[in-house]
Design a protein around this ligand. Structure first.
Ligand SMILES: NC(=O)c1ccc[n+]([C@@H]2O[C@H](COP(=O)([O-])OP(=O)(O)OC[C@H]3O[C@@H](n4cnc5c(N)ncnc54)[C@H](O)[C@@H]3O)[C@@H](O)[C@H]2O)c1
Length: 255
């Protein structure tokens, strides 16, 4: 039996970027706790496929494609979710991009704008679309995906780090603004997690070894390490936590 503190029965959870990696794991673990999950990323066929796989396991899932950098597509995502299930109880802003590696001085305006539009402006738009509905019902939980790159300096993914620091700041501001309406907003700062997003690191044995050696738990993160935390932050188990950035990095940043 599910511990009631972690129970998500009847809750509607919208997770952006949920066709693979961390987002998919979050959708799976929330579905396992009883939530109805919205599977979303840019390609409709991929969303359908993943939602189909979850349904085949006995979970409730629908597919709604959406590019998080496009305001009209975000509005469609919200409208279609409400049309299907009448409400959004849990919002996870997970989709993000990092198209370039290199020093900030070499960053083009186009790349800067792409990172900020997808990672920050999309979250700003989507939270503004979803939180008023949560406030009407007097409850809701929001989780934004930040990163330890938003906490530490970096020579190769600095602009991405700026966008991820903004996610944590946005979570704090939204927590203050919407807390009186019963909505909690937190962010998660993962360390290196084994997904396609980090494959430049996670497919290079030398870099894996180096990363493991500087991590107290001596391993890289798995998507489910982050999914467990997202479930915690979206349920009664974390009822008195809001505005926080929770680091899940095997201890890398404490060294
Ligand atoms: N993997 C890591 O090491 C790591 C570390 C820190 C933070 N993060 C953060 O975790 C989140 C998930 O990353 P991941 O590692 O699972 O990545 P991933 O590449 O495995 O998955 C990303 C998901 O987002 C979708 N997506 C990408 N761009 C999109 C867009 N513009 N609109 C809609 N969907 C889009 C992809 O289709 C996919 O479903 C991101 O916010 C990332 O910044 C990841």
């Amino acid at each position: 039996m599910t511990n009631p503190l972690f129970d998500m029965t009847g809750k509607v959870a919208l997770i952006t970027g949920s066709t693979k990696g961390i987002g998919r794991s979050i959708a799976e673990e929330m579905a396992r706790q009883g939530a109805k999950v919205v599977i979303s990323s840019r390609k409709a066929d991929v969303c359908e496929q993943v939602a189909g796989e979850l349904k085949a396991e006995g979970f409730e899932a629908i597919a709604i494609p959406c590019h998080v950098g496009k305001k009209d597509q975000l509005q469609n995502l919200v409208d279609k979710t409400i049309e299907a299930w009448g409400k959004i109880d849990v919002l996870v802003c997970n989709a993000a991009t990092n198209p370039v590696y290199g020093p900030t001085a070499e960053m083009t305006d186009e790349a800067w704008d792409k990172i900020m539009d997808t990672n920050v402006k999309g979250t700003f738009w989507l939270t503004n679309m979803v939180l008023p509905g949560m406030a009407e019902r007097g409850e809701g939980a929001v989780v934004l995906l930040s990163s330890i790159a938003g906490i530490r300096g970096n020579t190769t993914i600095g602009t991405y780090g700026v966008s991820k620091a903004a996610e944590a700041a946005l979570a704090r501001n939204l927590a203050v603004e919407w807390g009186p309406k019963g909505i909690r907003v937190n962010s998660i700062a993962p360390g290196i997690v084994k997904t396609d997003f980090a494959k430049a690191l996670t497919e290079d044995p030398v870099r894996i070894k180096r990363a493991e050696e500087k991590t107290p738990l001596r391993r890289l993160g798995e998507p489910v390490d982050i999914a467990g935390l997202a479930v915690f932050l979206s349920t009664k188990a974390s009822a008195y936590i809001t505005g926080q950035v929770i680091v899940a990095d095997g201890g890398e940043t404490i060294c």
